[in-house]
Unconditional design. Structure first.
Length: 127
């Protein structure tokens, strides 16, 4: 008998446990480079720097005042993304991403409060 060449089927890779396949309707970024959440040293979050480059953020900051309608618009964009992404996460990943979002929000609030405190006048006004 001749040896038959058996054509091997490619191995089908599956997502990690708790991760659902994502079919995003969001437009793909123009760059194929994946942006890290951390700086080059891996010691500090980079998300704020990316947020500052968002068109919606730059438009809101253009006049130096963030009004209520701009906050509401940002909230609508956030809720839309949350509704799109949340159902795609398995239970374990959902719990971790929720923790990540909470830690990021706490970090942003703490940085804002620290910056406000640091710029507050140190002396007492005596008029």
């Amino acid at each position: 008998m001749k040896n038959k060449k058996v054509k091997k089927k490619p191995v089908r890779r599956t997502a990690a446990k708790g991760v659902k396949k994502i079919k995003s309707k969001a437009p793909r970024p123009k760059s194929k480079v994946r942006r890290s959440w951390l700086n080059k040293t891996g010691q500090a979050p980079q998300i704020e720097a990316y947020a500052r480059k968002l068109r919606s953020f730059m438009d809101a900051m253009a006049d130096g005042v963030v009004d209520e309608s701009e906050v509401e618009s940002q909230e609508r964009r956030l809720v839309k993304l949350m509704k799109e992404i949340e159902p795609q996460l398995g239970e374990a990943l959902h719990a971790r991403v929720t923790e990540l979002l909470c830690e990021l929000t706490a970090y942003d609030i703490m940085r804002l409060l620290h910056a406000m405190h640091a710029t507050r006048p140190k002396g007492v006004f005596r008029g």
